[in-house]
Design a protein around this ligand. Structure first.
Ligand code: ZN
Length: 111
């Protein structure tokens, strides 16, 4: 849905409502996506598909450009990125030990 190109990369489905909500919310900041997603309220039901790389770029580009995000500290932004990353991986069936995730979050808070 982001690049509209048939790449060799795997296509991922939007599988959680929180991902759908996030894409739709960030999509308001991006002119192309606002037009493309007009009238869409649920990307899970509409079977939204994306390349992981394109999704990451879209989130990065739009999360940092919004005025409403100015109050977000670098630490919370980093933490949110870790959470988003994990959510994407978990949606793909990835399994993580808590012991491997915890040091990551501590690291983020220390910085
Ligand atoms: Zn793409």
């Amino acid at each position: 849905m982001f690049c509209q190109m048939d790449k060799k990369e795997n296509l991922h489905n939007v599988e959680t409502l929180s991902t759908s909500t996030k894409i739709l919310k960030l999509g308001h900041k991006d002119h192309t996506m606002r037009v493309r997603l007009a009238g869409v309220t649920d990307l899970v039901a509409d079977e939204g598909k994306y390349h992981l790389k394109c999704y990451r770029k879209f989130v990065r580009d739009n999360e940092t450009s919004g005025r409403e995000d100015e109050c977000v500290t670098p630490a919370t932004a980093c933490f949110q990125n870790v959470v988003d990353e994990l959510r994407v991986r978990l949606a793909q069936g990835g399994v993580y030990k808590l012991s491997s995730v915890q040091p990551l979050t501590f690291l983020v808070y220390e910085n």
